[in-house]
Design a protein around this ligand. Structure first.
Ligand code: AMP
Ligand code: MN
Ligand code: MN
Ligand code: MN
Length: 279
C-alpha cells in the first residue's frame, strides 16, 4: 500500500493543479492520497468534482494544513479525513487567509524598502488567488535574479528573523485542533523535524500538542535520516499519538515525489487504523 497523507496543489503553493496531482498519484501507483493545502480546502473540492467523472484506483482523503503560532515558532497542523464543508472550519480558514494577505502586503513593503519593488503584486499574480505564501515570494525573488536559488530566498529574506520576515497572525495550536475536530477530522503535527528547535522544545511541543487533544504526528517523511525517524516514533509512543506519513509534495523534483520513500517504524500506530478514520 502506498499512502501519502501530505500534499499541495496550485490552490496553495503547489505546482500541480488538483487534477494533475491526482494523475500523478495514479502514475505513481498511490492507494491513498491526502490533499493538504495551506489554509484552504479548495484543492480538495476541485479534486472531488473531477473524481465524479474519472475513476481512479487512488482514494482521496480530504485534508488541510493549518499554520499556527507557538512560542514564536510557526507550527503546521495537518487535518485529515475531515468534512471540508464544515462552516466552523471554513470560517477559521477564511480568517487565516485574510491574515495571509495582511502579512503578504507587509512582506511586499519590506522588500520595496530593500529596493525590490512590486513583489507583492507579482506574488499575488503568481498565486492566482487570495492564498499567498512565502513560496510565491521566493519564486518572484528567484525569477528576478535577486537570489540564485529557492532556499536562498528564505535564508536571506523570508525566513524567520531575515530581512523581509513579517511575523504572521496565525491561530494557536489548540484552536487548530479544535476546528479540525469540529469538522470530524484528525489533527496531525506536521514535519516535526523541520522546526529548527532544540530537543527540549520539540518534546514540549509534542507533549502540549497531545494535551490539547492532537491525534497524530508525522513520523514518515520523504527526506529524513533513520535516527530522526526513530526519534519522532519514540515521541509518538511517549505521548500516545498515532503516526502519519507524507511527502509534503509541492512539485516533482530530484529529491521528492508523491508517495516516495514513505514508511513508519515497527511500533507505530498508523493514523489510518484510528477508529475515526473513514477510508
Ligand atoms: P507560508 O505558508 O507563507 O509561511 O510559507 C511557508 C512555505 O514555504 C512552506 O510551506 C514551504 O512550502 C515553503 N518553504 C520552502 N523553504 C522554506 C524554508 N526554508 N522555510 C520555510 N518555508 C519554506
Ligand atoms: Mn508549502
Ligand atoms: Mn508545512
Ligand atoms: Mn505542507
Amino acid at each position: 500500500m502506498i499512502i501519502d497523507l501530505h500534499s499541495h496543489t496550485t490552490s496553495s503553493d503547489g505546482s500541480l493543479t488538483p487534477q494533475e496531482l491526482l494523475t500523478r498519484a495514479e502514475v505513481r501507483h498511490l492507494d491513498v492520497l491526502a490533499i493538504t493545502d495551506h489554509d484552504t480546502t479548495e484543492g480538495v473540492e476541485i479534486a472531488k468534482k473531477w473524481l465524479q467523472d474519472h475513476k481512479l484506483k487512488c482514494n482521496l482523503v480530504s485534508g488541510v494544513e493549518i499554520s499556527t503560532k507557538w512560542h514564536g515558532y510557526e507550527i503546521h497542523i495537518v487535518g485529515l479525513n475531515l468534512d471540508e464543508k464544515n462552516t466552523i472550519l471554513q470560517e477559521a480558514l477564511k480568517n487565516q487567509r485574510v491574515n495571509r494577505q495582511i502579512r503578504a502586503k507587509s512582506v511586499g513593503e519590506k522588500l520595496a524598502r530593500l529596493k525590490i519593488p512590486n513583489a507583492y503584486e507579482e506574488a499575488k499574480q503568481l498565486a492566482g488567488s487570495e492564498l499567498i505564501s512565502r513560496t510565491h515570494f521566493a519564486k518572484v525573488l528567484l525569477k528576478r535574479g535577486v537570489v540564485s536559488n529557492f532556499d536562498a530566498a528564505f535564508k536571506k529574506y523570508l525566513g524567520k528573523g531575515k530581512k523581509a520576515y513579517v511575523s504572521p497572525h496565525w491561530m494557536d495550536i489548540e484552536s487548530a485542533i479544535k476546528v479540525i475536530h469540529e469538522a470530524d477530522g484528525l489533527a496531525v503535527l506536521a514535519h516535526p523535524i523541520r522546526y529548527d528547535m532544540s530537543n527540549k522544545w520539540l518534546t514540549q511541543l509534542v507533549e502540549e500538542f497531545s494535551q490539547f487533544g492532537g491525534d497524530g504526528i508525522e513520523v514518515g517523511l520523504s527526506q529524513q535520516s533513520h535516527n530522526q525517524k526513530s526519534h519522532i516514533a519514540r515521541l509518538a509512543t511517549q505521548f500516545g499519538l498515532y503516526s502519519s506519513q507524507g511527502s509534503d509534495f509541492h512539485n516533482i523534483s530530484k529529491w521528492n515525489d508523491l508517495g516516495r520513500g514513505l514508511s513508519l517504524t515497527e511500533h507505530c500506530k498508523p493514523i489510518w487504523t484510528h477508529s475515526k478514520w473513514v477510508i
